[in-house]
Design a protein around this ligand. Structure first.
Ligand code: ATP
Ligand code: MG
Length: 231
């Protein structure tokens, strides 16, 4: 199963959301991997992963060997591994490579959470379109909403995670009314989470109560996708 996570605007909290979601799943003994297309996951997980990675796989084209994926995986915690990014972007990679990698990861029993950053490269957009589910991470601000509306993946997004700053004028209803998609999870900016991210201690030291809201996000996302197709 592949869940593609992306954000219409930089600095929103996408990489943190991916790391926390993957940690929550792995804590429940669900075998999970993070596919890092944007480059920040090793720092969040406190590991070194500077070898070849998924963007190199995309650059090699749709016929790149499937078993190369397992060879580049780095263990992060029990039930949790990381596919590093390698090259920092997939500029120039063919969309057919994104489609092929998406199909490969979809068909795997392991849950892969992809951090696609802004999902601007064609191969990243193709991978997100092929994924079992596409999740956009947004902030409760006008610029985030504005960028979302113009993003190439807005038509195929299955649900939203809203990272909320207190006192902002925009909220859940504005995002749902504008996109026709549900906000599946609202998370507050929590200093404790920021500190764990800063120190690479998310997988080992994140308390269970911080992870609880993320536990059933995947099932809510799948339900939302089924409803979208049924409509
Ligand atoms: N829920 C949260 N609680 C506290 N801090 C957060 C939360 N989400 C993100 N942050 C902090 O906000 C900053 C940006 O987060 P992050 O790097 O995850 O965003 P991003 O969307 O991946 O950014 P980029 O566009 O650079 O990839 C980081 O300092 C991170 O620790
Ligand atoms: Mg990021």
């Amino acid at each position: 199963m592949l869940i593609a996570c992306w954000s219409p605007k930089g600095g929103t909290g996408t990489s943190t959301a991916v790391a926390v979601l993957a940690t929550a799943l792995a804590r429940e003994h669900r075998v999970t991997r993070v596919a890092d297309f944007a480059g920040d996951q090793p720092a969040l997980f406190g590991v070194v992963a500077d070898g070849p990675g998924v963007n190199d796989w995309l650059a090699a084209g749709p016929d790149a060997p499937p078993n190369a994926i397992e060879r580049i995986a780095v263990e992060v915690a029990p039930s949790l591994s990381l596919l590093p990014c390698g090259a920092l972007d997939a500029r120039g990679a063919d969309p057919s490579a994104g489609d092929a990698l998406g199909a490969l990861l979809n068909d795997d029993a392991v849950i892969t959470i992809a951090d696609l950053g802004g999902a601007r490269d064609d191969a990243h957009v193709a991978l997100a379109r092929r994924a079992d589910a596409s999740l956009a991470v947004v902030r409760s601000c006008y610029l985030s909403l504005r960028h979302l509306v113009h993003h190439p993946l807005v038509d195929s997004v299955d649900g939203l995670v809203l990272v909320g700053d207190k006192g902002r004028a925009l909220g859940r209803r504005d995002f749902e009314a504008t996109t026709g998609r549900r906000v599946l999870l609202e998370v507050a900016v929590r200093p404790v989470l920021g500190r764990l991210a800063d120190t690479g201690l998310l997988p080992s030291a994140c308390s269970d109560d911080l992870l609880v809201p993320w536990r059933d996000l995947v099932s809510r996302l799948q339900r939302s996708r089924r409803e979208r197709y049924a409509a």
